[in-house]
Design a protein around this ligand. Structure first.
Ligand code: ADP
Ligand code: MG
Length: 542
């Protein structure tokens, strides 16, 4: 089959498909002898760009030619770019290089890759999502859909254990991010009357600056100080080469400590060889504040969903290999914790979802020989058990003028609120601000608030106001609604927003002429805000 699931991670990425028995399997990265590919890009020279472990090894020596953590930049406003050898790269292009490496992995092992599902964090907004999709397309992939990482993880777990209604907490500790998500998995019937498992997100929280890297940093400092003590040096006296030597051995030592009670590292300290032994108990002690921090986020989430309601806790992300994590979570949720291949679960879930979508559109039909027919039948058996009901990642609505009160205010009316079931649709009628208005600049906004109205979240030019960063208001785009001559200010204009997994659809109907204007907002658009203070709609007829 040529359908794949991709976990495009902040620090490591992974690609999976369903095997001939319909079970998810990861495509191994033989070059790095790993199931994952480091999401690190090294621009060695004009002609050579390296992705993966070999790129990672250049962080210390050639840091200014290495790009990592690009997922933190993707789809962000005023995004940074990277320049190497006279060429400029956007975060989308860097991400495409990582995706291309995953694609090559499949092809180098004789596979073909066509349709893919790429995973994104549950908290990603519309722009981060479309930028991720764009990166996939740039890498020559056909992106069937995106799926939230915790949802994918849950899909991969229920491929092992098919259970009835459950509330699942996904604890995902990766290399640079921590996410906690509570999902409800319930039995429902699909259109053909078959029992299927439905997955919905109940709550999500986390920290995009907390992950395995913080454990690495603590270990680095510990080794550095041990080297100082052994050689009677101060940290300032440690040479740059020694620091690099320590840095390059930290992650490996951390991984060893997940398996063994102690790890030994040999460091060349300013020319003299020093052996440092790290005890797991010491490592656990020096990082206990980090573990506690993740527990704090769990507690915050449990304000929304009570602990008693949680049936299962899934440990996802490479950092959950650390026994200290397993123990801490087990202590909080005794007997409820599960962990299987935590660094692959997200990609495997995406592979299941990808097959499910292909089946839905009916292209998964038996073609060619007997074997492929059998393969299809089994894959169908697995995938037809699931349906995913995703929710809107943000709130969406138009900017309109509120005429109540002494001063007219430009406000954002939230049509569709964060967490609503997709596809979500909402319609409301507005009126032109003035008689003979020739057009309306109907603005669509995204935000993180669940309020009906945000005041004042945008200024009269439609720019999100800096005074309201908590709600993360973003202008997504603008629909120009042309009005015929002599339009009165009492003309009802019906505005509809529809949000689904692929984006936001905005429609405006002039109910006098029945003229319809519509636009599909997928990506950031350049909007000329000039003249916007007049060309608006107002909330109520007077
Ligand atoms: P991402 O951050 O991209 O989601 P992963 O979920 O694969 O990536 O997590 C990567 C993190 O997991 C890294 O910090 C890595 O060092 C850590 N990690 C991987 N395997 C182990 C292990 N056996 N023990 C401890 N940490 C590990
Ligand atoms: Mg991850």
């Amino acid at each position: 089959m040529s359908t794949y699931g991709i976990d495009l991670g902040t620090t490591y990425s992974c690609i999976a498909r369903l095997d001939s028995n319909g079970n998810p399997e990861v495509i191994r990265n033989n070059e790095d002898d790993s199931n994952t590919v480091a999401s690190v890009v090294f621009f060695e020279n004009e002609n050579n760009v390296i992705v993966g472990q070999a790129a990672k090894e250049n962080i210390e020596t050639d840091g200014d030619r290495v790009v990592q953590f690009v997922k933190r930049e993707i789809g962000k406003r005023d995004t940074r770019t990277y320049e190497f050898d006279g060429k400029t790269y956007t975060p989308v292009e860097i991400s495409a290089l990582i995706l291309t490496r995953l694609k090559n992995l499949v092809e180098s092992q004789g596979g073909t890759i066509e349709d893919v599902v790429i995973t994104v964090p549950a908290y990603f907004g519309l722009e981060e999502r479309s930028a991720t999709k764009q990166a996939g397309e740039l890498a020559g992939l056909h992106v069937l859909s995106l799926i939230n990482e915790p949802t994918a993880a849950a899909l991969s777990y229920c491929a092992r254990q098919f259970q009835e209604d459950r509330t699942v907490l996904v604890y995902d500790l990766g290399g640079g991010t921590f996410d906690v998500t509570v999902l409800k998995m319930s039995m429902t019937q699909n259109n053909s009357g078959r029992d299927v498992q439905k997955i919905t997100v109940l709550a999500t929280d986390g920290d995009d600056r907390l992950g395995g890297k913080d454990w690495d940093d603590k270990l680095y400092n510990h080794i550095l100080h041990a080297c100082c003590d052994d050689n009677g040096l101060t940290p300032e006296e440690i040479e740059a080469e020694t620091r690099q030597d320590i840095r390059s051995k930290v992650e490996e030592s951390k991984r060893k400590l997940s398996k063994k009670q102690s790890a030994k590292v040999r460091i060349d300290v300013n020319g003299s060889r020093t052996e440092v032994v790290i005890k797991r108990t010491d490592f656990e002690q020096m990082t206990s504040d980090l573990v506690a921090k993740t527990m704090g986020y769990i507690d915050k989430t449990l304000d929304k969903v009570p602990a008693e309601a949680i049936d299962t806790v899934l440990l996802v992300g490479g950092s959950t290999y650390m026994p200290m994590i397993i123990n801490a979570v087990e202590e909080k949720f005794p007997g409820k914790v599960q962990q299987h291949d935590p660094d692959q679960a997200v990609a495997k879930g995406a592979a299941i979802y990808a097959s499910m979508l292909v089946e839905e559109v009916g292209s998964l039909t038996a073609q060619g020989d007997e074997t492929s027919g059998g393969e299809v039948a089994q894959a169908e058996q697995l995938t037809s058990k699931f349906t995913v009901e995703d929710q809107t990642p943000r709130s969406f609505g138009p900017g309109v003028v509120d005429m109540n009160g002494a001063k007219h205010k430009y406000v954002l009316e939230n049509f569709i609120k964060i967490g609503e079931k997709m596809p979500a649709v909402f319609t409301k009628t507005y009126y032109p601000l003035e008689d003979n208005q020739e057009l309306v600049r109907l603005r669509a906004f995204e935000n993180m608030s669940t309020d009906d109205t945000l005041i004042p979240c945008v200024d009269e030019d439609g720019n999100p106001q800096a005074t309201d960063p908590a709600h993360n208001v973003k202008l997504l785009g603008e629909l120009i609604v042309n009005l015929p001559p002599n339009t009165s200010r009492d003309t009802p204009i019906k505005v509809t927003f529809k949000v689904d997994a692929s984006g936001v659809h905005v429609e405006a109907v002039n109910t006098k002429t029945n003229e319809t204007f519509e636009t599909f907002l997928r990506t950031e658009s350049d909007i000329d805000v000039a003249g916007s203070a007049v060309h608006q709609l107002r909330i109520s007829a007077d």
